[in-house]
Design a protein around this ligand. Structure first.
Ligand code: SF4
Length: 322
């Protein structure tokens, strides 16, 4: 049985174990080509299944209201792990494990890490099972390797949660992310304060991402937001993307004499803001939107940590002026 068939068989088994008869499935974009195989497997298992073709970005992104309206008794979120979102209906989070071999990239490129005595290892949920072999390899080359445990699974990081990295931060000289694509490493590398490397399992190479472009965009957004008199506070309807209270942000701005309005949407995209007159935006939802898409917004877009930095500056300037 190959990796895909194995995952599908396990998924069907997990749903059966929950006794579900009518399910609503969400899968990440990378698995869409398997959508019909998954539906066929549930047909064979006599489980009625609805497959959502809306994008699913994480365990934060539950279409539970839609599942409820279709009278489903189970929401199935494939490819992500539970991080405690309040669900309206019973939800199964199914981790889709991806088989990959980290050794060729390590053999070829481990010298890029040779200057570090102690390395923190992190990954996305689908590749966590590979971390022990990466740890063993690095140890065989004389480096200490640490897999931290924060509020997620051991070694697991998300763009909005790097607690596994922070758990070992004091003990390591650098971090190595093991996985594929630029999606996860981008947000994570900007949130840790140590040299950050990526072991890309698809390309079989270790690289050190260059964050210069993103850092420049961040400084520019902060500089422009300093002059802003009006702010749109952006809130997503996705149930797991409520990281801060938008009213606290609005009230803080108003105390400084600024105008602020709160707008909600499912996915935060620049086109929805075309008619909105505001000098700057504060994104309270997925922080990756700001990192990856900041350049597409017509006005400066800040994440809550950047907004907090801005407020510290503006509030201390206001105190001095009094
Ligand atoms: S990084 Fe964004 S998409 Fe991923 S889990 Fe966090 S909020 Fe969701």
């Amino acid at each position: 049985m190959n990796n895909v068939e194995g995952n599908i068989a396990e998924l069907v088994e997990a749903v059966r174990a929950r006794g579900a008869k009518r399910i609503f499935i969400q899968i990440p974009e990378g698995l869409l080509m398997r959508a019909q195989d998954i539906l066929d497997a549930f047909d064979s298992a006599n489980v009625k299944a609805f497959m959502s073709l809306e994008p699913c970005y994480g365990a934060c992104d539950l279409r539970d209201a839609e599942a409820e309206s279709l009278n489903c008794d189970l929401l199935v979120n494939v490819g992500h792990s539970d991080f405690g979102v309040n669900e309206r209906i019973p939800t199964l989070y199914f981790i889709w494990k991806v088989d990959a071999n980290a050794i060729p990239a390590l053999e070829k490129d481990w010298q890029k890490l040779a200057e570090y005595k102690s390395i923190g290892l992190v990954s996305s949920v689908n590749f966590l099972q590979i971390l022990p072999e990466v740890k063993a390899f690095l140890e065989s080359k004389g480096a200490a390797a640490h897999i931290g445990k924060g509020s997620l699974m051991e070694g697991q990081v998300l763009g909005c949660n790097v607690s596994s990295a922070l758990a070992v931060d004091a003990r390591v000289d650098a971090f190595l992310f093991v996985g594929s694509g630029h999606f996860h490493p981008l947000g994570i590398g900007l949130r840790v304060d140590k040299p950050f490397y990526v072991l890309d399992l698809e390309r079989a190479e270790i690289t050190k991402p260059d964050y210069t472009k993103f850092l420049k965009q961040r400084y520019l957004a902060l500089a422009l937001a300093r002059e802003a008199q009006s702010f749109a506070v952006l809130v997503s309807g996705k149930p797991g993307q409520h990281f801060v209270d938008p009213y606290t942000i609005k009230e803080r701005l108003e105390r400084l004499g600024k105008k602020a309005w709160i707008f909600t949407m499912d996915r935060i995209t620049p086109d929805k803001l075309l008619a909105i007159r505001a000098d700057a935006y504060v994104n309270t939802a997925c922080p990756r939107i700001t990192v990856e898409n900041r350049g597409e917004f017509r006005k400066p877009l800040l994440n809550p940590d950047e907004f907090a930095e801005l407020m510290r500056e503006l509030e201390s300037a206001a105190r001095v002026a009094v």
